[in-house]
Design a protein around this ligand. Structure first.
Ligand code: NCD
Length: 313
């Protein structure tokens, strides 16, 4: 089964059937991860470069693990060890990597649109692992897979996304993906961190987190991204926590049990309490596991692996 688009640059306008295909394939790979030997030959002979122009631990490790589980050959290229510091242009870096005959590039870059730009210079498959404040499609797919696992469906689910919507590529990709899959989305957070245009995408906005908790099935709690905000976006961390923090006390006030998600890395005691993160309502570590399975599915479907029947042998 192939996907309609050659690259995975974002979920804006992505076909619902293809999102479903990725999720279904990811569940098959989840079974592989439960086996004693967690490796299949699906991408043998395929070479993938992880091109990271921005720091990342979990996304890079998740992709690397997915590649290893699929038996692909991988090379890691991070900006600190690159020629970029020596003044090489983006185009030259891209073309040099391409000249080494690779099949796919997984790229994280601080500039929105950089992965799309890369497709103009190279023939390989490009997968966006986060481009600035724009999109992070593989995160949204693993989030949707985790919701699917929990609720058995996505259509009709009521999902809250809480925090710094304005700077969050996780939020934007989740909004696109969830709406395409027929879920309802309510954004919540400080009004100055919810851009006015975002309502046009078809989401609800409600700055009262307790009302959102009463409405929703699951809440995706975003990290307060201190590195992306200049000073002054939120008055203080203490005030943020008082108004929007997902504390145990806040959840205890509500009779209903919502599912709690977080893309990581978490600021415990800021946007989420440690007890909530470690509690029964949270599916945060499931998201991490599903991240590997989702990325396996995406790599497999885009890099033209053998059929899954062949893998069984
Ligand atoms: C997210 C990211 O980098 O966009 N994290 C991640 O992919 N693991 C979210 C974040 O940085 O808060």
């Amino acid at each position: 089964m192939m996907l309609r688009q050659r690259h995975l640059l974002g979920l804006e306008g992505y076909p619902a059937e293809d999102i479903q295909t990725i999720i279904d394939t990811a569940f098959k790979f989840r079974e592989v991860l439960d086996r004693p030997i967690k490796k299949v030959p699906s991408l043998q002979g395929v070479t993938i470069v992880n091109l990271f122009f921005e720091n990342s631990t979990r996304t890079r490790i998740s992709f690397e693990l997915a590649q290893k589980r699929l038996s692909a050959d991988t090379v890691n290229f991070s900006v600190s060890s690159s020629s970029l510091k020596k003044g090489e242009s983006f185009k030259d870096t891209a073309q040099n990597i391409e000249a080494m005959k690779i099949d796919a590039v997984v790229m994280r870059h601080p500039t929105p649109g950089a992965p799309k730009h890369l497709t103009e210079f190279i023939d390989s498959v490009v997968i966006n692992a986060g481009d600035g404040t724009h999109e992070h499609p593989t995160q949204a797919i693993l989030d949707m897979m985790s919701l699917h696992e929990k609720f058995g469906k996505l259509k009709g689910l009521k999902i809250g996304i809480l925090g710094d919507i304005a700077h969050s590529r996780v939020a934007l990709s989740n909004i696109y993906g969830l709406l395409i899959m027929g879920a309802e989305v309510t954004l919540c957070g400080p009004p100055n961190l919810i851009p006015p245009f975002i309502k046009d995408l078809g989401v609800n906005v409600n700055t009262n987190v307790d009302e959102v908790i009463e409405w929703e099935d699951a809440l995706n709690v975003l990290r307060i991204q201190r590195e992306r905000m200049g000073l002054g976006f939120i008055p203080s961390i203490r005030e943020y926590r008082a108004m929007f923090g997902i504390t145990q006390e806040r959840l205890d006030h509500h009779k209903k049990e919502i599912v709690i998600m977080h893309p990581g890395p978490m600021n415990r005691g800021v946007e989420i309490d440690g007890t909530v993160a470690d509690g029964d309502q949270a599916i945060i570590l499931n998201q991490v596991l599903n991240g590997v399975a989702s990325r396996m599915a995406i790599l497999y479907l885009l890099c033209g692996g053998k059929s899954s029947e062949e893998d069984e042998s």
